[in-house]
Design a protein around this ligand. Structure first.
Ligand code: NAD
Ligand code: UDP
Ligand code: UDP
Length: 365
């Protein structure tokens, strides 16, 4: 049973004005916004396994009910179709706020170029309307404001999943949490970067001004089972392409770097952060750094030895280097990633193989 902190005790007991001599025996009630998505659904699995009562708020914009189908019959679990841009009333102890249209096809979408590999999935058709940038920003700002308002009213602890993108195209390498970043405020990916920066600002304001207990995670590129097949991120693209026997599309010269974290490591980090005593921000990522050409090589070795490479023009404002300095999380959260790229990729590939097979058989993904 998780320990409850004094300022973090169950809401109904607070409301009744009772402070029990022994606390921490009741179940934790936890909200996960964006819980039907890639990271959120893995987090929900771990919270459910711990014995929490879990409420997921999701508008299924990029998430899928299939990611949570194994919990639907569980009385401790509730799935609510809800857009976090709208207010909501709930009574819970902890809020993990993940909801955000995070996939890069959204903010990198350029109407003059066809979207890469949208496939038969209908989920991304709304992208063609070109309305997504303001939507990204709105979710990050208004959604975060609503969840902070909720946290304030019910005195719940609030965790925001921010991103390494707050560092922009970094001039410091590797990136420490003290780095303020190098972000273009008016570029094609600004809606995401600046949206998350604003979400961090709101989070700290609610902490300082309203006494809300907050936690900030800055997540670096994460991969694993249940990622959208066609979300345009590099790992999902390369893995899908290798399985479909299509060439892997390397953007630019492929010398830009990223550091790839397996999703179970991230979930462990998020929970350590929520349960710990430190606000953050904390970098949560795997410091192993790869060029995109090296990533393609690892995909080739672990998934399809015949996989070929094809070069494509790069998108604007692409960060040249990215690698987390995780000393702060190591020291204060006692956390560090365990799964290497060579161990994680095959696990992701077996999930992708099953889903691509179903897609080919005509089932809706
Ligand atoms: P995802 O797209 O799989 O999940 C996001 C979820 O939020 C989806 O289920 C989507 O339907 C939901 N959502 C979007 N807008 C919503 C709204 N207005 N109301 C309710 N639900 C909404 O993405 P993910 O990779 O699981 O990302 C989860 C979080 O982690 C995001 O906040 C993202 O910014 C952050 N993050 C992820 C990565 C990564 O590499 N995966 C890196 C940095 C940060
Ligand atoms: N909010 C919410 N649920 C709650 C409490 C607040 O969705 O239980 C929303 C509220 O509608 C508002 C936002 O959170 O849009 C910020 O709330 P806060 O009370 O901080 O600000 P105010 O309502 O005073 O502007
Ligand atoms: N990238 C690539 N091929 C692809 C998709 C992306 O080479 O099919 C590159 C992209 O240009 C960027 C890196 O991979 O340099 C990571 O891109 P992603 O969109 O996954 O994440 P982010 O840029 O947000 O870190």
């Amino acid at each position: 049973t998780p320990t409850l902190h004094r300022r973090h005790r169950p809401v109904d007991q607070q409301a009744a004005g009772k402070v029990p001599a022994v606390i921490g025996r009741r179940r934790m009630r936890t909200v996960v916004t964006g819980g039907a998505g890639f990271v959120g659904s893995h987090l929900v699995d771990k919270l459910m396994a711990r014995g929490d009562e879990v409420i997921v708020l999701d508008n299924f914009f990029t998430g899928r009910k299939e990611n949570l189908v194994h919990h639907l019959e569980n009385p401790r679990f509730e799935l609510i179709r809800h857009d976090v841009v709208k207010p909501i009333l709930l009574e819970v102890d902890q809020i993990y706020h993940l909801a955000c249209p995070a996939s890069p096809v959204h903010y990198k979408y350029n109407p003059r170029q066809p979207l890469y590999s949208v496939g038969r999935s209908q989920r991304f058709n709304h992208l063609n309307q070109g309305l997504l940038n303001s939507f990204d920003y709105k979710t990050n700002v208004m959604g975060t404001l609503n969840m902070l308002g909720l946290a304030k009213r019910i005195r719940a602890r609030f965790l925001i999943t921010s991103t390494s993108e707050v560092y922009g195209d970094p001039l410091e390498h590797p990136q420490k949490e003290t780095y303020w970043g190098h972000v273009n405020p008016i570029g094609v990916r600004s809606c995401y970067d600046e949206g998350k920066r604003t979400a961090e600002t709101l989070t700290m304001d609610y902490h300082r001004n309203e006494g809300v207990e907050v936690r900030i995670a800055r997540i670096f590129n994460t991969y694993g089972p249940r990622m959208c097949l066609n979300d345009g991120r590099v790992v999902s693209n390369f893995v899908s392409q290798a399985i479909r026997k299509q060439p892997m599309t390397v953007y630019g010269d492929g010398k830009q770097t990223r550091s790839f974290q397996y999703v179970s490591d991230l979930v462990d980090g998020l929970m350590a952060l929520m349960e710990g005593e430190h606000i953050g921000p904390f970098n949560l990522g795997n410091p192993g750094e790869f060029t995109m050409l090296e990533l393609a090589q690892v995909v080739k070795e672990t998934i399809n030895t015949n996989a070929a490479i094809e070069f494509r023009e790069n998108t604007a404002d692409d960060p040249q280097k990215r690698k987390p300095d995780i000393s702060k999380a190591k020291e204060l959260l006692n956390w560090e990633p365990k799964v290497t790229l060579r161990e994680g990729l095959p696990q992701m590939a077996s999930d992708f193989r099953n889903r691509i097979l179903k897609e080919n058989e005509g089932e809706v993904d």
